[in-house]
Design a protein around this ligand. Sequence first.
Ligand code: A2P
Length: 267
Amino acid sequence: ASTEETKNEFPIPAGVFEQTVTSVEHFTDRLFKFRISRPSSFRFRSGEFVMIGLPNAEKPVFRAYSIASPSWDEEIEFYSIKVPDGPLTEHLQKVKVGDTVLMRKKPTGTLVNDALLSGKRLWMFSTGTGIAPFASLIRDPETFEKFDEVILTHTCRDVAELNYGKELVAQLKNDPLCGEFAQGLRHYCTTTREDYPFQGRITDLMASGKVFDDLGLPPISPEIDRGMICGSMEMLRDTKAALESFGLVEGANNRPDTFVVERAFVD
Ligand code: A2P
């Protein structure tokens, strides 16, 4: 091999899978998705996250990424922000089909069906790349076995940032196998910095009641509704407070309750 080819070759750390990129799609200058091959021994629950990195240093930088594909899928999908000087994303945003991505072996997370008590309606609240764990869960039939109705809310700064979710839901509803179970899914999109039929932060839309009017649903109640939240730290704090104001209680894997929270990947 030439010097050019070998200069970026570092030993693969212990406890990680070395996987191959199978597809890359850029949505905006801030957002992209990519898929990697799935190790045959890798098991996870839909909604969990895993640490990923690149083989570009002696000690690669690893970051937590929600797995956006469902647990039955033969590939692993991720949905990522691109941060210009982000220690991982400045390199990750340049990955191409055939490149290597490192993935730690142990998935974990609280946005899983097991962490919620059963209920009638599941609300998934997301902003930005916080939609990723829900991209996994809405493609898993188990979610619809547990809930009659699933409402995925997604709020982004502008309209183009909603496209990943819109494509996903359209594909899901048209899929011959998944389409049937996904009939109970409703997708509620809003923007905060560009004109769109539905506008505003989800926290404000819950406080005013507009989201419930728009969907033709009663306000959230602990008897019927369950919640999952994924977004920035501030969004988690404010959405959690909103759900608590409706009487919901935060749960965990070892203590299921009426809502669960997880921070979206940031840099
Ligand atoms: P806003 O435009 O008013 O800040 P980001 O890309 O910065 O992560 O933001 C994604 C979306 O989350 C934006 O629409 C943003 O609205 C919204 N957002 C930011 N902070 C909060 C919060 N504390 N509660 C609810 N939504 C939020």
